[in-house]
Write a new protein. Structure first.
Lengths: 435, 435
């Protein structure tokens, strides 16, 4: 059998299926962007004729990580707002955004963010930011599977657009995604939050998403003051706004979801919506600790995200996995609150499912698109190696990522980003913020 | 002025003094193991004649990190005990220890741990383990500043020694430290915990430490069940045991200190003892979240530690810094609970002070020993760079460490450990555990 690429003799393949399968001494063959064969290394070496072979001895292969909530262009605002709560944070950040974030800045920031994400093993990101076309162009240029879409506020907002202008941009969005190309992603629409988008406007977005088979993501119950603000301005909690407007029936990705009460959870579970858990940001801004173990037992799908770099302050999904695992143990007062395999699955398959991409992505299985990460485990902090899922969550880090594939293309090769000039991006980013 | 080494033109030197000084475009000159000059890069380039120059452009220089509580040889037990609480953890680990941890295993594990620690920017570790001489030999061989000493139990314990044997080993310990050599460290004595060492025995250790000017470290109030066990067996809480036995007056390092009540805190503060905060281990084992901001305002010195690799599961002090900063925000419900500079100082100067080494180590100042770490900040996740302390805590990681100096010696040079064969250590470690 012919293949474009053979990943030869991985120490373990972490399938990330429900059974938390880990296959020792296994090879993976890729053709036309998909996984076409997987099996014992000795068998595949005979059966596969590949254009390129990557020596995966000593490596772990896992599905590309899915960052389910981020603001990639905000890499440019990394570290500008420190020691403040969410509301103080937003005022500092909004001032700096006005200074640096024109379309050119957004494209640069998204390209920088995509580079950082890919180097750390993230292959798919659900992004949200102004000037989504510029952001999409920047992130796709580095090779990231980049889900973004128009942002909505019921008031002019930092980008100064009227509601009519927003809807016009939104109706044209599917065409923009087609034109820019890049790895397959769904069309997406991004109401900022129920406290900034009123219920009528939310309904209009839901209608558009239904017509175009798009997905929706929005900030939901990030902290108590957001809940209070929403209750005051809309007469109901954020989740209820999403419910009555029809957004919730489209199974949106609810960013943060730190402060969901029992009613919220019941409604979210019934609708089949997902929560994008961002523990790094939530702790740093003292928003609280989402009870993801409780959410999961309520039947809510939970994926993981970093949030933007002005609150997190990086895009390290390995740090997020470890923190999610540790924080769940604290919140539940139970050292067995969640298994390492469940955490890795939240960062991969559950993330992909949240984006409606569960059939294409999120696990290492024949037929799926080859979004894959190769971790070099021949390092002190991963030695000795017992259960590979435990190693990934509690000891591995972004620096162990050696190769990254998106849709079968090697976008990070031996730690080098292949499609863009990283040094030039770093210089441009530092110059743009003027420090 | 002559120097052995010039670190030329660092982007920032993080002094880690009380003022959180960060010096831009600064060079550091080192001779005979000490910092002999520090100042603007242009000035030092003219003033210093150095045998070697390291180009530090784009780098951050910070003091070597002090891991204030670990069990280095337990690298060999990484990942063997998962999803269990502290007591379940101890039974799994003690069984595996009996299998692999003879003196040869301990030396190998400590050498592996020292390599991992150094590669991640840790220059000093307060270690605790059986067969301390073997552990010390292993860790010193890699170049680590390694503080360890005899472990005490009032019962035979996993190493099967009687109390008389323990005291005999302890009396001979200062001579062992002298004989093995290595960078300067204090003599240390290590009663396991007040629930495993009775008060009379604690008094004997205190007396020995006083005679030999040694330091003491012990586990203290790691979780509620430890507090209960101590109360039952000794009739008082762990801190009270240390107080009445005279240990506390020697300003010991109290490992964990998760569950300290108001009385404990008052007594610890009055005595000038330190807490080694190990948030990664504490969360993973669901021991709880120490209120370090409260401890600090009570006047208790707080340093940071990883704990052993069977509970943490690595020796990553950057992960610990980030978690300590984030967890403090959650515990205090305050996004300004503790500054990044305070966290870096806990991991450096406060750690050094806790070991009685505050005059020698822990900050980048002329006259101090040159235990230094150079971080390459020319990477996507550290770009753009604003406040360097914030960057170190919330975005940097162990993989950014490029050079590490201990007492002026370059023990990690361009990411390579210089004194031992890392590949051979990894192979031996994997072979020893038999997986």
């Amino acid at each position: 059998m012919r293949a474009d690429l053979l990943l030869d003799s991985a120490r373990f393949v972490l399938v990330c299926d429900e059974q938390a399968t880990a296959l020792p001494d296994t090879s993976v063959a890729i053709a036309d962007g998909r996984i076409v064969a997987m099996g014992p290394a000795t068998e595949l070496r005979d059966a596969i004729e590949a254009d390129r072979v990557i020596d995966a001895r000593g490596h772990l292969i896992l599905p590309g990580l899915v960052n389910l909530h981020t603001h990639l262009p905000m890499t440019l605002l990394r570290g500008v707002a420190e020691n403040v709560d969410l509301q103080g944070f937003l005022s500092l950040v909004w001032a700096e955004e006005a200074r640096v974030m024109d379309p050119e800045g957004v494209e640069l920031g998204a390209r920088l963010g995509a580079v950082e994400a890919l180097l750390g093993g993230t292959t798919t990101a659900l992004d949200m930011y102004f000037h989504p076309e510029a952001a999409h162009r920047g992130a796709v240029s580095a090779g990231l599977r980049h889900v973004i879409g128009p942002v909505f506020f019921s008031f002019p907002g930092p980008d100064g657009l009227s509601w009519e202008q927003r809807m016009e941009i939104a109706r044209a969005w599917p065409e923009v995604v087609r034109r820019i190309g890049g790895p397959y992603v769904p069309v997406a629409y991004m109401p900022h939050a129920p406290f900034t988008v009123d219920i009528e406007n939310l309904s209009q977005i839901a209608e558009l998403a239904r017509e175009t088979e798009g997905i929706i993501t929005t900030h939901t119950s990030e902290n108590e003051s957001e809940n209070r603000d929403t209750l005051e301005s809309r007469g109901m909690r954020p989740t209820a706004c999403l419910d009555v407007s029809g957004v919730l029936s489209l199974q949106p990705v609810l960013a943060h979801g730190v402060r969901l009460d029992a009613d919220d959870r019941r409604v979210i579970s019934a609708a089949g919506a997902s929560v994008a858990h961002c523990p790094g940001s939530n702790l740093k801004l003292a928003s609280g600790a989402a009870d993801i173990v409780g959410y999961r037992s309520d039947g809510i799908r939970v994926g993981l995200g970093t949030d933007g770099c002005s609150s997190s302050n990086d895009l390290d999904m390995f740090a997020v996995m470890r923190l999610a695992a540790n924080l769940a143990r604290l919140v539940r007062d139970d050292p067995a609150a969640i298994s390492a395999a469940d955490v890795v699955r939240m960062a991969t398959l559950e993330g992909a499912r949240s984006l409606g991409l569960g059939d294409r992505l999120g696990s290492v299985e024949v037929g799926k698109e080859a979004d894959l990460v190769l971790i070099d485990a021949r390092v002190p902090h991963l030695t000795p190696l017992h259960d590979p899922y435990t190693a990934v969550v509690f000891a591995a880090g972004r620096s162990d990522v050696r190769h990254v594939l998106v849709a079968g293309q090697v976008v990070v090769d031996d730690r080098r980003v292949m499609r863009v000039d990283v040094d030039a991006i770093l210089a441009a980013a530092q110059a743009r913020v003027g420090s």
